[in-house]
Design a protein around this ligand. Sequence first.
Ligand code: TYD
Length: 202
Amino acid sequence: MQRGLFITFEGADGCGKTTQIELLDKYLRAAGRDTLLTREPGSRGLGEKLREILLNYDGEVSPTAESFLFLADRAQHVDCIIKPALKEGKIILCDRHTDSTVAYQGYGRELDITQINYLNNIATGGLKPDLTIVFDIDVETSLARVGKNKDRMESAGIDFFNRVRHGYLDIARKEPDRVKVIDSSDTIENIHKKVLELVNCL
Ligand code: TYD
Protein backbone atom coordinates (compact mmCIF):
# COMPACT_ATOMS: atom_id res chain seq x y z
CA MET A 1 0.00 0.00 0.00
CA GLN A 2 1.24 3.50 -0.78
CA ARG A 3 1.95 5.72 2.19
CA GLY A 4 -0.85 8.08 3.26
CA LEU A 5 -0.26 11.80 2.80
CA PHE A 6 -1.69 14.79 4.58
CA ILE A 7 -1.93 17.98 2.52
CA THR A 8 -3.56 21.17 3.80
CA PHE A 9 -4.79 24.18 1.85
CA GLU A 10 -4.80 27.63 3.34
CA GLY A 11 -5.48 31.23 2.47
CA ALA A 12 -7.91 34.06 3.03
CA ASP A 13 -11.59 33.71 2.22
CA GLY A 14 -12.13 33.95 -1.54
CA CYS A 15 -8.55 32.91 -2.41
CA GLY A 16 -9.74 30.13 -4.74
CA LYS A 17 -8.43 27.20 -2.73
CA THR A 18 -11.65 25.18 -2.90
CA THR A 19 -11.51 25.12 -6.72
CA GLN A 20 -7.87 24.00 -6.55
CA ILE A 21 -8.56 21.24 -4.02
CA GLU A 22 -11.30 19.86 -6.26
CA LEU A 23 -9.02 19.93 -9.32
CA LEU A 24 -6.25 18.15 -7.42
CA ASP A 25 -8.70 15.57 -6.09
CA LYS A 26 -9.86 14.82 -9.64
CA TYR A 27 -6.27 14.51 -10.85
CA LEU A 28 -5.24 12.14 -8.05
CA ARG A 29 -8.31 9.97 -8.44
CA ALA A 30 -7.72 9.72 -12.19
CA ALA A 31 -4.18 8.55 -11.31
CA GLY A 32 -5.71 5.78 -9.19
CA ARG A 33 -4.94 7.30 -5.78
CA ASP A 34 -7.37 6.98 -2.90
CA THR A 35 -8.17 10.48 -1.61
CA LEU A 36 -10.18 11.97 1.20
CA LEU A 37 -11.42 15.49 0.64
CA THR A 38 -12.24 17.15 3.93
CA ARG A 39 -12.35 20.55 5.63
CA GLU A 40 -12.20 22.55 8.84
CA PRO A 41 -14.35 23.66 10.45
CA GLY A 42 -16.94 20.97 10.04
CA SER A 43 -16.28 17.82 8.10
CA ARG A 44 -19.19 15.82 9.51
CA GLY A 45 -21.04 14.88 12.71
CA LEU A 46 -20.02 17.03 15.69
CA GLY A 47 -17.88 19.16 13.36
CA GLU A 48 -20.95 20.24 11.40
CA LYS A 49 -22.61 21.51 14.58
CA LEU A 50 -19.46 23.45 15.54
CA ARG A 51 -19.24 24.90 12.01
CA GLU A 52 -22.80 26.16 12.27
CA ILE A 53 -21.96 28.04 15.48
CA LEU A 54 -18.61 29.36 14.22
CA LEU A 55 -19.97 30.75 10.97
CA ASN A 56 -23.52 31.74 11.86
CA TYR A 57 -23.93 32.41 15.58
CA ASP A 58 -24.96 36.07 15.79
CA GLY A 59 -24.31 36.79 19.49
CA GLU A 60 -21.00 37.83 21.04
CA VAL A 61 -18.14 35.32 20.69
CA SER A 62 -14.88 36.10 22.49
CA PRO A 63 -11.67 35.46 20.47
CA THR A 64 -10.56 32.87 23.02
CA ALA A 65 -13.88 31.03 22.91
CA GLU A 66 -13.76 31.18 19.11
CA SER A 67 -10.28 29.62 19.15
CA PHE A 68 -11.38 26.77 21.41
CA LEU A 69 -14.34 26.01 19.15
CA PHE A 70 -12.05 25.76 16.11
CA LEU A 71 -9.64 23.65 18.19
CA ALA A 72 -12.44 21.34 19.39
CA ASP A 73 -13.48 20.81 15.79
CA ARG A 74 -9.82 20.08 14.88
CA ALA A 75 -9.31 17.53 17.66
CA GLN A 76 -12.45 15.66 16.62
CA HIS A 77 -11.48 15.84 12.95
CA VAL A 78 -7.91 14.58 13.52
CA ASP A 79 -8.90 11.75 15.88
CA CYS A 80 -12.01 10.48 14.12
CA ILE A 81 -11.35 11.20 10.43
CA ILE A 82 -7.78 12.19 9.50
CA LYS A 83 -5.75 9.66 11.50
CA PRO A 84 -7.91 6.65 10.51
CA ALA A 85 -7.75 7.70 6.82
CA LEU A 86 -3.96 8.12 6.99
CA LYS A 87 -3.70 4.60 8.42
CA GLU A 88 -5.63 3.35 5.39
CA GLY A 89 -3.00 4.96 3.12
CA LYS A 90 -5.27 7.71 1.80
CA ILE A 91 -4.16 11.09 0.52
CA ILE A 92 -5.97 13.61 2.68
CA LEU A 93 -6.77 16.94 1.09
CA CYS A 94 -7.86 19.23 3.89
CA ASP A 95 -9.39 22.66 3.30
CA ARG A 96 -7.93 24.64 6.24
CA HIS A 97 -6.20 23.28 9.35
CA THR A 98 -3.84 24.53 12.10
CA ASP A 99 -2.45 27.46 10.11
CA SER A 100 -5.95 28.97 9.86
CA THR A 101 -6.05 29.27 13.64
CA VAL A 102 -2.60 30.87 13.69
CA ALA A 103 -3.49 33.29 10.88
CA TYR A 104 -7.10 34.13 11.88
CA GLN A 105 -7.12 33.90 15.68
CA GLY A 106 -3.40 34.60 16.22
CA TYR A 107 -2.64 37.33 13.68
CA GLY A 108 -6.24 38.34 12.87
CA ARG A 109 -7.72 38.46 16.38
CA GLU A 110 -4.28 39.22 17.84
CA LEU A 111 -4.13 36.35 20.32
CA ASP A 112 -0.78 35.00 21.51
CA ILE A 113 0.80 32.96 18.70
CA THR A 114 2.91 30.78 21.02
CA GLN A 115 -0.21 29.76 22.92
CA ILE A 116 -2.11 29.05 19.70
CA ASN A 117 0.76 26.84 18.50
CA TYR A 118 0.72 25.01 21.83
CA LEU A 119 -3.05 24.45 21.68
CA ASN A 120 -2.88 23.38 18.03
CA ASN A 121 -0.33 20.79 19.03
CA ILE A 122 -2.71 19.39 21.64
CA ALA A 123 -5.62 19.34 19.18
CA THR A 124 -3.62 17.43 16.55
CA GLY A 125 -1.70 15.17 18.92
CA GLY A 126 1.44 16.44 17.15
CA LEU A 127 0.33 15.44 13.64
CA LYS A 128 1.81 17.78 10.99
CA PRO A 129 0.84 18.12 7.33
CA ASP A 130 3.33 16.75 4.79
CA LEU A 131 2.64 19.83 2.71
CA THR A 132 0.68 23.06 3.21
CA ILE A 133 -0.16 25.28 0.27
CA VAL A 134 -1.06 28.90 0.99
CA PHE A 135 -2.99 30.65 -1.78
CA ASP A 136 -1.97 34.26 -1.48
CA ILE A 137 -4.27 36.99 -2.70
CA ASP A 138 -4.58 40.70 -2.04
CA VAL A 139 -7.27 41.56 0.45
CA GLU A 140 -9.39 43.76 -1.86
CA THR A 141 -9.69 40.94 -4.43
CA SER A 142 -10.50 38.32 -1.83
CA LEU A 143 -13.22 40.41 -0.18
CA ALA A 144 -14.69 41.30 -3.57
CA ARG A 145 -14.86 37.57 -4.40
CA VAL A 146 -16.65 36.83 -1.14
CA GLY A 147 -19.30 39.42 -2.09
CA LYS A 148 -22.06 40.87 0.04
CA ASN A 149 -23.34 37.66 1.67
CA LYS A 150 -20.68 37.42 4.35
CA ASP A 151 -20.68 34.88 7.21
CA ARG A 152 -19.56 35.77 10.76
CA MET A 153 -15.84 35.35 10.02
CA GLU A 154 -15.97 37.07 6.64
CA SER A 155 -17.52 40.17 8.25
CA ALA A 156 -14.37 40.91 10.28
CA GLY A 157 -13.18 43.84 8.13
CA ILE A 158 -10.24 44.85 5.98
CA ASP A 159 -7.66 45.42 8.76
CA PHE A 160 -8.38 41.94 10.10
CA PHE A 161 -7.84 40.38 6.67
CA ASN A 162 -4.62 42.34 6.14
CA ARG A 163 -3.33 40.83 9.37
CA VAL A 164 -4.48 37.35 8.28
CA ARG A 165 -2.61 37.68 4.98
CA HIS A 166 0.52 38.89 6.74
CA GLY A 167 0.12 35.96 9.16
CA TYR A 168 0.09 33.37 6.39
CA LEU A 169 3.18 34.88 4.76
CA ASP A 170 4.94 34.90 8.13
CA ILE A 171 4.07 31.23 8.74
CA ALA A 172 5.51 30.38 5.30
CA ARG A 173 8.71 32.29 6.08
CA LYS A 174 9.09 30.41 9.37
CA GLU A 175 8.42 26.92 7.94
CA PRO A 176 9.64 27.01 4.33
CA ASP A 177 9.97 23.22 4.01
CA ARG A 178 6.34 22.52 4.86
CA VAL A 179 4.54 25.68 3.73
CA LYS A 180 4.59 26.84 0.09
CA VAL A 181 2.95 30.01 -1.20
CA ILE A 182 1.25 30.24 -4.59
CA ASP A 183 0.21 33.57 -6.10
CA SER A 184 -3.54 33.20 -6.41
CA SER A 185 -4.00 36.06 -8.87
CA ASP A 186 -2.83 33.74 -11.70
CA THR A 187 -5.25 31.71 -13.89
CA ILE A 188 -6.94 28.58 -12.49
CA GLU A 189 -4.96 26.40 -14.96
CA ASN A 190 -1.58 27.90 -14.03
CA ILE A 191 -2.29 27.63 -10.32
CA HIS A 192 -3.32 23.99 -10.81
CA LYS A 193 0.02 23.30 -12.56
CA LYS A 194 1.91 24.84 -9.64
CA VAL A 195 -0.09 22.73 -7.18
CA LEU A 196 0.78 19.58 -9.14
CA GLU A 197 4.49 20.49 -9.14
CA LEU A 198 4.41 20.75 -5.35
CA VAL A 199 2.40 17.56 -4.81
CA ASN A 200 4.57 15.58 -7.23
CA CYS A 201 7.63 16.46 -5.13
CA LEU A 202 6.22 14.57 -2.12
P1 TYD B 1 -15.43 28.55 5.08
O1 TYD B 1 -16.80 28.84 4.57
O2 TYD B 1 -14.99 27.12 5.14
O3 TYD B 1 -14.42 29.47 4.34
P2 TYD B 1 -13.43 29.19 3.16
O4 TYD B 1 -14.26 28.66 2.01
O5 TYD B 1 -12.81 30.53 2.93
O6 TYD B 1 -12.44 28.19 3.69
O7 TYD B 1 -15.33 29.22 6.51
C1 TYD B 1 -14.33 28.99 7.40
C2 TYD B 1 -14.04 30.29 8.10
O8 TYD B 1 -13.48 30.03 9.37
C3 TYD B 1 -13.05 31.15 7.33
O9 TYD B 1 -13.45 32.51 7.44
C4 TYD B 1 -11.76 30.96 8.10
C5 TYD B 1 -12.24 30.71 9.50
N1 TYD B 1 -11.33 29.88 10.33
C6 TYD B 1 -10.71 30.45 11.45
O10 TYD B 1 -10.89 31.65 11.72
N2 TYD B 1 -9.91 29.67 12.22
C7 TYD B 1 -9.72 28.35 11.96
O11 TYD B 1 -8.97 27.66 12.71
C8 TYD B 1 -10.36 27.77 10.83
C9 TYD B 1 -10.18 26.32 10.51
C10 TYD B 1 -11.16 28.57 10.03
